[in-house]
Ligand binder design. Structure first.
Ligand code: GUN
Length: 290
């Protein structure tokens, strides 16, 4: 048996079209496009690629894109000053500070300086708290994208056993809270979990967000489970060609034999993250406009 492939690219394209339409309505009503500001500090190669693709997608959705680049040696005060300026800028509805930041910058302080109503990453403690207690707020993009894929597959998730592997603030914790809000029975597993294999085996829905390549083999997975692989890991091609390739946290080749449905890497969760970022920007713009 072979699992159904969950086509993140197709879901993301549909969401982006919806967001572009909502953005056009906002523009028609308010006389200005929604705007997303992205801050990049330093020269991290991967971050530069991500920031460029966020800016491109923002423009493609008909929204305004503002990219701010600061040098790797920027001080905490310089970053905070920029955030304060963007908070006050009426053309800016969403602010995203690309992580990781250079070591001299206190990430938590920067995130907490962002106006929570413009925090399209959903990382501010106000938004994390809102999600925890079930109030409306801005929700982190990757876990919300995963939830959309799961809802498209299952409809109601009520009563399903969900296992989230990984407890980061960016993915694992908000993912678990979103699944709980959908009435799943949720287990959070992490690096100190005992007998991870037995925990994974319980999952009707398995979300892997640990950042370790091919860490979960198909033999651990419950037959028929829906598997969402958040990992994006670059590894040496084992064939010894000297090339590299992208793999997830799940061993796709064995998991696809067992699961009912699975996201590929690349082309699964990744495309959803940017689509949800655009969605969050329009949501923030509408809320700010009242
Ligand atoms: N770096 C890697 N993923 C993310 C993300 O979702 N948001 C931000 N701000 N930085 C990241």
């Amino acid at each position: 048996m072979s699992a159904d492939l969950i086509d993140g690219k197709a879901h993301a394209a549909a969401l982006r079209a919806q967001v572009a339409a909502a953005g056009a309505r906002f523009n028609a009503e308010r006389g200005r496009p929604a705007g997303l500001a992205v801050v990049l500090v330093g020269e991290d190669a991967a971050s530069r690629v991500y920031v460029a693709s966020k800016a491109r997608a923002t423009l493609e959705a008909g929204m305004q894109s503002f990219t701010h680049r600061l040098p790797a040696g920027a001080t905490q005060e310089e970053v905070l000053e920029l955030v304060v300026r963007l908070n006050a800028d009426e053309a800016v509805d969403g602010i995203l500070v690309q992580l990781p930041l250079p070591p001299q910058i206190d990430e938590t302080a920067v995130i907490c300086a962002i106006d929570p109503d413009k925090d399209v990453d959903g990382f501010h403690v106000n938004n994390a708290g809102r999600l925890a207690v079930g109030q409306d707020g801005l929700v982190p993009c990757t876990p919300l994208g995963c939830l959309m894929l799961l809802r498209a597959r299952h409809g109601s998730l009520a009563g399903l056993r969900a296992v989230v592997v990984g407890r980061s603030n960016i993915v694992g914790k908000p993912m678990a809270r979103l699944l709980l809000a959908q009435d799943c029975t949720v287990t959070m597993a992490h690096s100190r979990t005992r007998d991870l294999q037995a925990v994974v085996r319980e999952a009707d829905i398995l979300v892997a967000a640990i950042g370790r390549p091919l860490a979960i083999p198909g033999a651990w997975i419950k037959p028929g489970a829906t598997v969402i692989d958040v990992g994006i890991n670059r590894i040496e091609d084992p064939a010894g060609s000297g090339k590299t390739r992208l793999v997830g946290d799940i061993d796709f080749d064995s998991a696809v034999q067992v699961a009912g449905a699975i996201t590929p890497v690349p082309g699964g969760v990744g495309p959803m993250t940017i689509a949800v970022l655009l969605r969050n920007t329009v949501v923030a713009a509408r809320r700010r406009a009242g």
